[in-house]
Design a protein around this ligand. Structure first.
Ligand SMILES: Cc1ncc(COP(=O)(O)O)c(C=O)c1O
Length: 395
């Protein structure tokens, strides 16, 4: 067989899916001398030692065998207690399903709710890892562009609802959002829930950044406005969550789904046929993160807030830059006047000043003219990046 025809033998959806626009720039610049990488969505802190110790101890104790598909019971219980603590209401361990990352949680949820010819509606700009896996499953992502004005990102709810058709299976809501930092208000969340309920649609809430919240204080609640606050029994809501961001565990690949109990057997089957579960020693580490990692989470959030303010102040030094101050997550999504091809612009920034931003083209409609920087990084690297970038812009 002619090897050149091998691609023709693939599924069209797999063959045609383009490379992630974030990874493209990452690969373009990762080996440059002195590069300051602000392109990927992770902090620079390693996982705290006490979490790593728990994984090591578990492994050495022989917890190296196949385990529960839904997650080990003590982790599901710890997850319920953690959510209880941060949301101030009760949770049942039976609603929790441990997955190999938030990304895999998204994959499993797509597999459970949508297939060929279906559509999923989502505000845009959005993390590219929603539309791509949807397309891979034959599902049409329907992007509803948000707009940035008066220093805020706005989601037009009428536009979001008008985009839902007879083919729509779900609305994906990522709040606080990657890449914009847009954070839905309680009223917006309620309106989306009511609309979805009326239409029998699923709401998939990606709340992986919920702890990284910089909006007005919310009493004893330690999180951004959340679908958990308005979820009633029987609601068609599924959550995506992860250990990656709160506890600096991006490389571990462990996350979770929260879903109605009735989905239990289906999700268990999907986990079985995708990965057959998450390593038990990682789950033990997850329990320790949830139960002993609160001070670490709070330090990270406080540090991210300070970094957000410093980066925002530095970027404000250029009359060419505009942005909305993010109310959550850890990205600053900014536009540079006169630069519309951000894919080429991001490469030029790598070439000329060795700073790595993600191009807005990666995030779909409404984001094309922006760049994204991750500010969950060290103070020194953010300062150095701004010292290179802001004066360079004025040249
Ligand atoms: C919005 C959003 N959801 C989910 C994830 C998944 O994180 P992970 O796969 O590391 O658990 C990410 C990671 O960047 C994200 O930005």
């Amino acid at each position: 067989m002619n090897p050149e025809t091998h691609l023709d033998g693939l599924r069209r959806q797999a063959r045609d899916e383009p490379e992630s626009g974030i990874v493209e720039i990452f690969n373009y610049g990762r080996n440059r001398d002195g590069i300051i990488p602000l392109w990927v969505g992770e902090g620079n802190l390693a996982t705290p030692g006490f979490i790593c110790d728990a994984a090591r101890d578990s492994m050495l104790a022989g917890e190296t065998f196949y385990t529960y598909q839904r997650g080990i019971p003590p982790l599901r219980e710890a997850l319920a207690r953690y959510h209880e603590r941060i949301h101030g209401r009760g949770f049942d361990p039976e609603n929790f399903f441990v997955t190999q990352s938030g990304m895999q949680a998204i994959q499993l949820v797509i597999q459970a709710i949508a297939g060929n010819g279906d559509e999923v509606v989502m505000p845009s700009p959005a993390w590219p890892n929603y539309p791509a896996p949807l397309r891979l499953h034959g599902v049409g992502p329907v992007a509803v562009p948000m707009t940035m004005d008066e220093g805020r990102w706005h989601l037009d709810l009428d536009r979001l609802f008008d985009a839902c058709t007879g083919r729509t299976r779900a609305i994906f809501i990522n709040s606080p959002g990657n890449p914009t930092g847009w954070t839905a208000s309680c009223e917006e969340i309620l309106a989306i829930r009511d609309f979805a309920r009326e239409r029998g649609l699923w709401v998939v809430g990606d709340e992986v950044y919920s702890r990284f919240y910089y909006g007005p204080p919310r009493g004893s609640r330690m999180v951004a406005p959340s679908l958990h606050e308005i979820c009633e029994p029987g609601e068609r809501i599924i959550w995506i969550d992860t250990f990656s961001k709160n506890w600096a565990m991006t490389g571990w690949r462990i996350g979770w789904i929260i879903a109605p109990k009735e989905l239990g057997q289906v999700l268990e089957n999907l986990i079985q046929y995708n990965t057959s579960g998450v390593a038990q020693f990682m789950q033990r580490a997850g329990i320790v993160a949830l139960e002993q990692g609160e001070a670490f989470v709070q330090e990270q959030v406080a540090r991210a807030r300070r970094s957000r303010d410093r980066v925002a102040a530095a970027l404000s030094g250029s009359p060419r830059v505009s942005f909305a101050l993010p109310q959550g997550a850890f990205y600053l999504f900014f536009r540079v006047e006169g630069e519309t091809d951000t894919r080429a612009f991001a490469k030029r920034i790598v070439d000329e000043i060795a700073v790595g931003f993600a191009p807005g083209t990666a995030f779909g409609p409404g984001g094309e003219e922006f760049l994204r920087l991750c500010f969950a990084r060290s103070q020194e690297s953010l300062e150095a990046a701004m010292e290179r970038f802001v004066p360079w812009l004025e040249k």
